[in-house]
Design a protein around this ligand. Sequence first.
Ligand SMILES: [Zn+2]
Length: 436
Amino acid sequence: MSDTLNQKVKDLLPAMIRCRRDLHKYAESGWTEFRTASLVAARLKELGYSLTTGAAAVKKESMMGAPAPNVLKAHQERAVSQGADPALVAGMEGGLTGLWADLPCGGPGPRFALRFDMDANDAVETDAPGHVPNKGGFASINKGVMHACAHDGHVAIGLAVAELLAELKDSLKGSIRLIFQPAEEGVRGAAPMVDAGCVREVDFILGVHMGVKADKKGLLICGARKFLATSKWDVRIQGKSSHAGSDPHMGRNALLAACAAALNLHAISRHGEGPTRITVGKLEAGQGRNVIPPNAFMALETRGATTELNDYMTSEAARIIKAAAEMWGCTYAVSTVGGTKSGESSEAMVDEICSLARAMPAFSDVRGIEDFTGSEDFAHMMTEVQRQGGLGTYIQVGTILKAGHHNDHFDFDEDDLAPAAELLVRVVRHYLGGKK
Ligand SMILES: [Zn+2]
């Protein structure tokens, strides 16, 4: 049977590559994945899955860092002009591009969820002639948006897995849930899907990423620890303009308030219980040389090795921003535009997946839990499943990376999509009592 599955995945590889290339060409960034999500929805429906979409799949009030309504509207139109189904796109109005698909199997049993992220990066793809998407004619035609993190590959894997599991369903016990998540970049999409119930009554959850720490063929990392918890904030400081020559005393200098805040944010005391980070990555203020600056904007982020450590950073940051604004007689507003909890894979699940993977010739170097030391909002979903008493893990599938993630030359070896899909099917089959 195993060889049959291996052969089926091999047969599906050309379709996976076609899908990946199509998504790569029409790359869509966070909350604008109208074309991607509607293609996914149409295919899953065709395969017999029942879908949860739109406002039922993404809690609008929990959305973080969504583009303005007019920008979203323009993307809806763009998606339709690029071949998306207008009715499906209309159902995602407002950027509600997340969805999940359920498939009951042949009898009662656990619910197994797989999560695939769909968004591309705000990046300009290289025009280097040697870059494979340029050679193959599938480089992004959506200016300033590029799949530089392999999420195009993840969606292709997800649809192949959907097809294979639909064929197997009668021999399995339990149910399958495939979660297609928007806006992973900037860690914005998981929380509103969790709030809408995407992991409710989920017993097992698995997330997958091509590459990241698994940067060679045959390497598989079956679990992750030290996902950094993080918060992304936009801070606006409001002062008062006045004449810099005659009335400087009448103004309220938002530029100086922001500078005081930025310096002191970077001076937050380190925490004794683990690593923390803070970066004010952008600061803009003022209007003209002879005007007391009435406005300032800061984009900042905090991180922590645990959710608690990140909470410490955000509470200190809030105190400092408030104090700096008050010191200069200004007011301020903070908006959260992204964030995720920390997380750690469930060891029992990691062990099971390691032994399933070791039986696959495609993986020559199978490893257990390793440090992630970045942020990934899959941790938000996994932590919620674990809190409910379930298990979860995040696997990184080895591939040759042409350049680092988020680099304009990023690319991976498409042949490695096949072992990733095969492993996911084997894992689900194992947990839902199918053939070994
Ligand atoms: Zn990624």
